[in-house]
Structure formats: C-alpha cells, structure tokens
Ligand binder design. Structure first.
Ligand SMILES: Nc1ncnc2c1ncn2[C@@H]1O[C@H](COP(=O)(O)OP(=O)(O)OP(=O)(O)O)[C@@H](O)[C@H]1O
Length: 283
C-alpha cells in the first residue's frame, strides 16, 4: 500500500483567467508534518481550499487517503480537520458552546470538548464569551475545534499567527503529538524558524508552481553556503565561501599572517534558502 496520504497530480486552479496553482504535483506522506511554504500569493491557501473541498480544481486530480476530493467528497469530509487563516467563531457564544456546537455536528461526546479546550490551555476561558477572547485565544479555539473528532488529516493555514511564544509551543507540541500518533499534518506558515523546528518536509511553491521539496535541513544544505565575513586589519571587508577549498585556504593564509581584525561565520540558513528558491534573495 502507498505511504502517501495526499496525492496531488497536475493540479491547476484558475480564478477567471488567472492561474493560481499551475500544474502542481505533490505527494504528502502518512504520518508526516508537512509545511507548504511560499511568498504571498504563491497559491498555498488555494491548494488547501481544494483539499478541504472549498474550491474545485480547474484541472488535475487530488486524492486524500485514497479518495478523490471531487468524486468522493462525502468519504473525505469526516477524515480531516481544518484551521482556517481567518477565524469564524460564534462571537456571542462561549468557547465551550462553540465547541459543543461542532461536537454535535461531528457526533462526538461532550467530554471531548473539555479535553480539546485543555489541550490548547483554554479550559479556564471555556465559559467566557468569544467576544472577549484575544487574537491568540481565538486561534487556539480554532485548533481545539479542528481536533474534536480526532481527524487523521489536519490542515492548518498559519496556525501560530498572533500567538505568543508559549502558545506557539503548545501548538507545536500538539501537532508533533498528532503525527507521532500517525496523523498527517499540513500547514502553511511564513515563520521559517517554525518550519525548521517542526516540519519533517516542506514543499516550496512560487507563482503556483512547486520549486522545491525536501526536509528543511536538506534544502538549506543544498542551497546555501557557509560563509565567513572578514574585516581585514586594513579595514577592507571580504566574504569567504567555506565550501570552496580556495576560499578556505585564502582565509587560513590571512589568519596566519595576522591580517584579520574580525571574523564571523554564517552557517547554512533556511531563511536564505527560502529567499533564494523563491527568487526573492537580495543580490
Ligand atoms: N477568490 C479569488 N479570486 C481571484 N483571485 C484570487 C482569489 N483567491 C486568491 N486569488 C489569487 O490567487 C493567488 C494565490 O492566492 P493564495 O491565497 O492561494 O496565495 P497564498 O500563497 O495563500 O498567499 P498568502 O501567503 O498571502 O496567504 C493570488 O494572486 C491571489 O490574489
């Protein structure tokens, strides 16, 4: 049996004449935490909209856990949870009541509402109207809602936007726990530190096309250099590529001759990798 949870084949999505997703091929494995990355307008949310059935592909096909998203939608719907980029809670209900509403829809016991609120550390705010929630609390309530029915696939559109450091870590821990229990998690984010910390693999899209696919570590090793910035005793600034023999030798000679005033080494950098792969790096 295939170890892919999600098969995206030649996916094309158009808004009128504009192509937002352009012939995208991607396989996301079961039990991995996958980051879908790209600059603003790259087509990430559009791809997720197809996965959650909000947008029909213009061309190509997408299957989730063996079911086609268009033809077998009813089979897919109970299998996934979704955290949208914009919240859509009932403002005049408490956090508890918001979740109870969805628990009834999913047919899950009320006890699960309490569990999910505890998971995101909102148990004390359960009886407060959502109108009084902070931005971070609202995002955590979205995650709690998406977890109610214990889905096998979880899609999250920028799940840690507006979260403080501790809350972001709570979310990271929950997502890693889900994948360790066999769930597949797909998220979009603009936070490259988050990507390096929690993603098993990433797909980078740019103008609707996939431009890179691998683990964050493999991508940064392949696409960025280790460099050393040097200020010479004369005040001149030079940069040496530590992956080139000639540069390493030249730097060693300068150090031996006592010609360097300061040295600073830059290791592989995922931010730089992302900018380079999406054509946004400064020359
Ligand atoms: N409903 C729509 N009608 C017309 N164009 C749209 C619509 N939704 C998105 N687009 C366009 O499609 C392109 C891809 O948008 P999408 O929201 O998928 O990008 P994204 O990668 O999620 O960006 P961001 O990081 O800014 O959220 C953009 O150029 C956007 O303007």
């Amino acid at each position: 049996m295939s170890d892919a949870a999600i098969h995206i084949k030649s996916l094309r999505v158009q808004y009128g004449r504009f192509t937002a997703v352009d012939n995208l091929d991607l396989e996301i494995r079961k039990g991995e935490l996958f980051g879908l990355l790209g600059p603003n307008g790259a087509g990430k949310s559009t791809t997720i909209r197809v996965l959650i059935g909000q947008r029909r592909p213009t061309g190509g096909s997408v299957s989730v856990l063996g079911h086609d998203v268009v033809r077998e939608w009813a089979r897919i719907k109970p299998l996934f949870g979704y955290v949208p980029d914009r919240e859509n809670h009932f403002e005049e209900f408490t956090g508890n009541r918001n979740l109870e509403f969805f628990a009834e829809l999913y047919g899950v016991p009320r006890l699960r509402v309490r569990e999910c609120l505890e998971m995101v550390e909102l148990e004390e705010a359960g009886n407060t109207l959502v109108r009084g929630y902070s931005l971070g609390m609202r995002r955590k309530l979205l995650l709690a809602r998406a977890l109610l029915h214990n889905p096998r696939v979880l899609y999250l559109d920028e799940p840690t936007a507006n979260l403080d450091v501790h809350s972001a870590e709570v979310v990271h821990r929950i997502l890693r726990e889900r994948v360790s229990q066999g769930a597949t998690v797909v998220l979009t984010t603009h936070d490259m530190d988050e990507v390096e910390k929690i993603c098993d693999r990433v797909g980078i899209v740019c103008k609707g096309k996939l431009v890179a696919l691998d683990s964050p570590l493999a991508l940064k090793q392949r696409h960025t250099e280790r460099q050393t910035d040097v200020i010479l005793a004369t005040g001149e600034r030079r940069t040496f590529d530590m992956d080139r023999d000639a540069d390493r030798q030249a730097l060693a000679d300068l150090v031996r001759a006592g010609a360097t005033a300061s040295l600073q080494t830059r290791e592989f950098d995922f931010h730089a990798t992302f900018l380079k792969l999406t054509g946004q790096a400064f020359e």
